[in-house]
Design a protein around this ligand. Structure first.
Ligand SMILES: Cc1cc2nc3c(=O)[nH]c(=O)nc-3n(C[C@H](O)[C@H](O)[C@H](O)COP(=O)(O)OP(=O)(O)OC[C@H]3O[C@@H](n4cnc5c(N)ncnc54)[C@H](O)[C@@H]3O)c2cc1C
Ligand code: FES
Length: 271
């Protein structure tokens, strides 16, 4: 898999939901190589602060047009500066990076995709590739946020998926509670359980979902986040503790991930 350093033109950079922006970039080389679950390291400024590139998942990969879309939440200096970048300006991108999602095994019937907050950004291309390659799969998206003002692209997801279950912590839309609460509610009331599961969201959410899928022996792939320095295996700043019987052992989110099977991660050491 080739990686490129590309100067990408901003086609669009507009608000999408509360504190969330939608960035469209003309980046034909990276778009042509990229696949679901991969990410780019984006340099938000040519000045020194912030110095480091920031990692962002690919929300949409439009290969034919050479366009990449990113959905990002403003959480600090870098994302704040990015939100002020006008159309027509350029940003430096390094990518595509990371391993990407694998499709579920042939014969899989029911897939549940769990998104917590901005974690939805990594999952859109996955949903597209599963429905494109395995149209027989019955795919339900569980999409949870704090409040309805943070939900976006609902109509789009509703068209792409066979089922869409939204949840909000404050009960302002859909199920009242978090995304795992909604999953457990459906499992208990409908008696259904997926044959395969994908998840992306805050670490605390992933930790609880990991426990649930391990308890129910559901094969899964999780997209993990970590602080990142380089994105390419040089700084080892993205190390995450791995289960091991002996010496402490780690996996590195940028080059061994960001997609992992949840049973290899030592979740209790992560928080
Ligand atoms: C593989 C990967 C894919 C990502 N994809 C997306 C995406 O598609 N959309 C999106 O909005 N965000 C995504 N993120 C998170 C995003 O990279 C950070 O929010 C961003 O780097 C913050 O930069 P900042 O300068 O605005 O914040 P900073 O000023 O650096 O930090 C502000 C706060 O955010 C926390 N923070 C910063 N980076 C991370 C991180 N990686 N994980 C958890 N907390 C963090 C800091 O600890 C601090 O509390 C992804 C992260 C990874 C590792
Ligand atoms: S971020 Fe530098 S090694 Fe992963």
């Amino acid at each position: 898999m080739r990686k490129y350093l590309e100067r990408a033109k901003i086609i669009r950079n507009l608000p999408l939901a509360s504190s969330i922006y939608h960035l469209e970039l003309y980046s034909p080389k990276i778009a042509n190589e990229a696949r679901a679950g991969q990410f780019v390291m984006l340099r938000v400024t040519e000045d020194f602060i912030p110095l480091l590139r920031r990692p962002f998942s690919l929300f949409r990969i439009r290969k034919e047009e050479g366009i990449l879309e990113i959905a990002y939440k403003i959480v600090g200096k870098g994302t704040g500066m990015l939100s002020k970048k006008p159309e027509g300006e350029y940003v430096d991108l390094l990518g595509p990076l990371g391993n990407g999602f694998r499709l579920p095994p042939p014969g899989t019937r029911d897939v549940w995709v769990l998104a917590g907050g901005i974690g939805i950004a990594a999952l859109r291309p996955l949903i597209e590739s599963i429905k494109g390659a395995m149209p027989e799969v019955n795919l339900t998206l569980y999409y949870g946020v704090k409040s309805s003002s943070e939900l976006f692209s609902i109509d789009d997801f509703s068209e792409m998926c066979d089922g869409l279950r939204c949840s909000t912590d404050d009960g302002s839309f859909g199920f009242c509670g978090n995304v795992l609460g909604c999953v457990i509610h459906d499992w208990e009331t409908l008696g259904t359980i997926p044959s395969y599961l994908y998840a992306c969201g805050p670490t605390v959410m992933l930790r609880h979902v990991a426990q649930w899928v391990i308890d129910h022996s559901i094969p899964s792939q999780f997209s993990l986040e970590s602080l990142m320095g380089c994105g390419v295996g040089a700084c080892l700043g993205c190390a995450v503790p791995k289960k091991s019987d002996g010496e402490p052992s780690y996996v590195h989110v940028c080059f061994e991930g960001p997609i992992f099977s949840p049973d290899i991660i030592q979740w209790e050491k992560l928080l």
